[in-house]
Design a protein around this ligand. Structure first.
Ligand code: GLN
Length: 491
């Protein structure tokens, strides 16, 4: 029998339906693979017993001929999603051993559709980061290595555990979240597919909040089709999230393989950065060629406020984070440090519980919201945000159906290599992805090639609000042309 962990989600779905193997066999194969991949540090908690129990229940349903879209499919869950009865930490010491008494809407929809929980995946603390190095559980190691070089590379972040687990065949797909690029950047660094849906497509209820006006859940997966399958289960209106939008959830999978003939695709000139590696430019041009060969029409477009997106994001996101993270005070849950009085207790708890990057964001956020600076920073950043959104609207108003850009300005870099002396060096990773969050649009990252050292590189397609289907159709064209990318096993 072929190694069950090397199947795509769609192939596993077919194998289960044909009874070529059971969900228990499929689940056990993944649990074994996880046990053997400790070196990657992708999982922060495995739920062996729960997984086998869920797999057995799925097998029973299959036996009775009962179908469900994800029946018996083993998945990994980013540790930002609350899972009832299972420790959820956002990879922060401040949440300690917090065990939520409730389940996030997105994960409850996955279980409703028959999926199996393998465990919780590592991420940057509170999803703040681009390399998974801010996690209190330590960094995730990318299953990819440079050719002939054993240097440990980062998987990107903040959904680094999700991306590494999918790329290393430690699950058939995973949940992730994206506030400024945390689905698309790690997907690119790991050679897999990741989609950030339109803001409001997936419920935020039960997901640890970072920056609420930007946060959005989405899947990472081995293929465009797998991402489409997962996204259907993750999407849908939820009255418990006031920003969740009540629109029908299409059959995203039906969009995979649809013709893109005659589609108008924009190439934004502002995404051509000085000093960007030549191979990224080459890949971008290659992607455009592939879409053209499939019948799409490529046009140059302008998104003039792009250069302000990153600075504006690093005001809006910390501002919202400082307010969201005010709830971690040692009173209701998680860590508590003693103090002489209540204020002292708050301060000691927060100083001990938050890592350096989180503390930096809380301080920046508090500063830009404070009296006297609010107008100069926060209010101005919000105005810039409106202009960024308008850039995209103008573009779509001219008939452009999607925009093609690189996903990241580089391939995966070494653990400990970036951001030590200057945090902005790390923030620059998000240069191509934050605009999409600022505008609330959907964006997909699809692996499109490798760099000179053999590391995967991704392209990004940005879509109109609630038109993820177009992204799946276009993404599959790139996937068909580029092929799939898998790391050589060394762990
Ligand atoms: N890297 C970005 C940040 O650190 C985005 C993180 C995210 O999307 N969660 O804020």
């Amino acid at each position: 029998m072929t190694d069950l962990t090397s199947l795509t989600l769609a192939e596993a779905r077919e194998g289960l339906a044909k009874k070529s193997f059971t969900s228990l066999e499929l689940t056990d194969a993944h649990l074994t693979a996880i046990d053997q991949a400790q070196a990657l540090n992708a999982y922060v908690l495995t739920t062996h017993d729960r997984a086998r129990e869920m797999a057995r229940a799925a097998d029973e349903r299959i036996g009775k001929g009962e179908g469900a879209p994800l029946n018996g499919i083993p998945l990994g869950i980013k540790d930002l999603f609350a899972t009832e009865g299972i420790r959820t930490t956002a990879c922060s010491k401040i949440l300690g051993n917090f065990v939520p008494p409730y389940e996030s809407t997105v994960t409850s929809q996955l279980w409703r559709d028959g999926a199996v929980l393998l465990g919780k995946l590592n991420n940057d603390e509170f999803a703040m980061g681009s390399s998974n190095e801010t996690s209190c559980f330590g960094p995730v190691v990318n299953p990819w290595r440079r050719a002939g070089d054993a240097t440990a590379l980062v998987p990107g972040g903040s959904s680094g555990g999700s991306a590494a687990a999918v790329a290393a065949n430690l699950c058939l797909g995973a949940t992730a979240t994206d506030t400024g690029g945390s689905i698309r950047q790690p997907a690119s660094f790991a050679g897999i597919v990741g989609i950030k849906p339109t803001y409001g497509r997936c419920s935020r209820w039960g997901i640890v909040a970072f920056a609420s006006s930007l946060d959005q859940a989405g899947p990472v997966a081995k293929t465009v089709r797998d991402a489409a399958i997962l996204m259907r289960s993750m999407s849908g209106h939820d009255p418990k999230d006031t920003t969740s939008v009540n629109v029908p959830v299409p059959d995203f999978e039906a969009a995979v393989g649809k013709s893109v003939k005659g589609m108008k695709i924009g190439i934004p000139k502002e995404y051509r950065l000085d000093g960007m590696p030549g191979e990224i430019n080459k890949l971008w041009a290659q992607g455009a060629e592939w879409l053209k060969a499939a019948g799409a029409e490529l046009v140059e477009v302008s998104l003039p406020h792009t250069k302000y997106a990153l600075p504006a994001y690093y005001i809006v996101a910390p501002a919202e984070a400082s307010s969201n993270l005010a709830r971690y005070d040692g009173v209701r849950y998680g860590l508590r440090e003693q103090g002489r009085n209540i204020v002292d207790m708050y301060e000691n708890t927060r100083a001990a519980g938050f890592g350096a990057e989180v503390r930096r964001r809380v301080m920046i956020g508090t500063y830009v919201l404070s009296a006297g600076y609010y107008d100069a920073y926060y209010l101005r950043a919000q105005k810039v945000r409106t202009l960024i959104k308008k850039d995209f609207e103008d573009c779509f108003a001219k008939g452009v159906q999607a925009i093609l850009t690189p996903a990241t300005p580089s391939a995966a870099f070494g653990v400990g290599e970036k951001g030590k002396a200057d945090p902005v060096e790390m923030y620059l990773n998000d240069i191509f992805t934050v605009t999409v969050n600022m505008a609330g649009l959907p964006g997909i990252a699809v692996p499109a090639g490798t760099d000179a050292q053999g590391l995967p590189l991704g392209l990004q397609l940005i879509g109109r609000p609630f038109d993820e289907e177009t992204l799946f159709s276009l993404g599959e064209v790139i996937e068909q042309a580029a092929g799939r990318f898998s790391p050589k096993r060394w762990w």
